[in-house]
Design a protein around this ligand. Structure first.
Ligand code: GLY
Ligand code: MN
Length: 467
């Protein structure tokens, strides 16, 4: 948690942006795994963390945008809690660390919101992404859970996204430190990797690293697979085989929850075949192109297109693409066949920062115009990469048999792609290379500073399997 001044300043800025109404920011509650007292690891809501910093369940903040008054709702520890989970600071003590003086028991939240609604005050809330929060909002606002999306506050959504998107110096320090969790996860995997070992063995080892280093845990379920062609392959049951490629897409969260996200792909036996090296170096060129051209004010789509052009040009060199790189990108050969995912996503308190606020969480199209003016990562099509934005750089090339078959059968990209040659790549897998980047006042820098995770063919061959 940062100093309380940070949260006081952020809440004040939020009020300035909002001007009117009550801002309701519920934290997350415990999420039971199999029965109430057997919960998943508690993960606080990132927007609540951003404005209050308090990493405990069942709190809610209410900020009066007109007066600036802030109340923190939550219950003090009961004797039962003391017996089962031990002593904790009082609500007053907790609130003080966030610069809040007014605290009330959680049940008082119902009356506060009911009175505000009755008085015709606007209650601003964000789109809920957890069932428990939907139920809470539904009860507080007297709205069926299925109708909550219609009432979300777009003003609040944009204010929060704009603030969270531009990282402050203290946040960038945390991101730089999160890099080292990612560094450890990736280099441990490289050194351990050898034929005969199970993917699960790697997953089990890597998943412990964020905690060992004092962090919270993994930032997302670790993707450690020889099926790199499946973008988020989570099964992790296979035995590593000589000659195959292993894709490792992992990240860790610090105790503060600022996180890392890195991907490396390399041969299980530590030696690239000619074909693996050829495809790898195309992806690496696209990955390296991003920091070379990224400047503040640039549109994400420009960056995306540049990376696609590098991939298309490289694939032309292999004979898989038969037309010019421009024609291939224009026709959707890269986005439709070889890299069916985005080049980047925001990074911060969430591995896909602010994604709960927009884009995939609900139909964002009604807000597209406003999103273009705002330029935050809540809508990647209109995302403007300004100073303080932190993002992933993760191009890839994937040979997805089902997608190849479908495109071929439908006659898509006919004359642009050599499908006969492509057939011979169906057992190749997929390659993704990912690092995290921060946009600076005059360009960008890789999160983590000078140190980098082995990434060239030579660097990887020198470390994979070298315990
Ligand atoms: N690292 C997983 C993702 O970016 O979706
Ligand atoms: Mn990523």
């Amino acid at each position: 948690m940062f100093n309380s001044d940070v949260y006081v300043r952020r809440r004040k800025e939020l009020c300035r942006r909002m001007g009117k109404g009550l801002i309701l920011l519920p934290g997350n509650s415990e999420s039971p795994m199999s029965y109430e007292a057997n919960a998943f690891d508690f993960r606080q809501d990132s927007t609540f963390l951003y404005y209050f910093g308090l990493d405990v369940p069942s709190l809610a903040g209410v900020i009066d945008a007109e007066s600036g008054e802030t109340t923190l709702y939550g219950n003090d520890t009961t004797l039962d809690d003391l017996i089962w989970t031990g002593p904790t600071p009082s609500m007053q003590e907790r609130a003080a660390t966030s610069g809040v003086t007014d605290t009330k028991p959680l049940p008082h939240l119902d009356t506060r919101i009911a009175e505000a609604v009755k008085a015709g005050r606007k209650v601003h809330y964000l789109p809920p992404y957890r069932g428990e929060t939907s139920l809470l909002l539904s009860r507080l606002l007297g709205t069926p859970a299925t109708a909550l999306f219609e009432g979300i506050s777009t003003d609040l959504l944009f204010a929060v996204a704009e603030m969270r998107e531009k990282k402050e110096a203290c946040e960038l320090e945390e991101m730089d430190l999160a890099f080292f969790i990612g560094y450890a996860m990736q280099t441990v995997a490289m050194k351990m990797c050898r034929a005969g070992m199970s993917e699960n063995e790697l997953i089990g080892t890597l998943d412990g690293i964020p905690k060992i280093s004092g962090g919270w845990g993994v930032a997302f379920p670790s993707i450690i697979t020889q099926h790199g062609e499946t973008l988020h392959h989570l099964q992790g049951r296979d035995i590593l085989e000589d000659g195959r490629l292993l894709l490792v897409d992992v990240g860790g969260e610090r105790a503060s929850h600022y996180c890392s996200d890195h991907t490396r792909t390399y041969p299980v036996n530590g030696r690239f075949t000619q074909r693996q090296k050829e495809i790898y170096n195309i992806v690496l060129e696209a990955h390296d192109r991003v920091p070379q051209i990224l400047r503040p004010g640039m549109l994400y789509t420009e960056l995306h297109r540049s990376a696609e052009l590098v991939l298309a040009e490289g694939l032309r060199g292999t004979g898989l693409v038969k037309c010019s790189a421009e024609d291939a990108v224009e026709a959707g050969v890269i986005s439709g066949l070889f890299m069916p995912h985005g080049l980047s996503h925001g990074m911060g308190l969430d591995v896909h920062d602010c994604q709960a606020l927009g884009e995939r969480s609900f139909d964002f199209s009604p807000f597209a115009e406003r999103a273009a003016a705002s330029g935050t990562c809540i809508h990647r099509k209109t995302w403007r990469l300004n100073e303080g934005t932190v993002m992933s750089d993760e191009p890839g090339i994937y040979f997805i048999p089902a997608l190849i078959d479908k495109c071929r059968a439908e006659g898509r990209f006919k004359g642009l792609v050599d499908y006969d040659l492509l057939e011979t790549y169906k057992d190749f897998g997929g390659i993704r290379i990912e690092d995290d980047i921060v946009v600076t006042s005059d360009g960008c820098r890789i999160v983590g500073g000078e140190r980098h995770i082995p990434v060239t063919v030579e660097e990887l061959e020198a470390v994979v399997g070298q315990d």
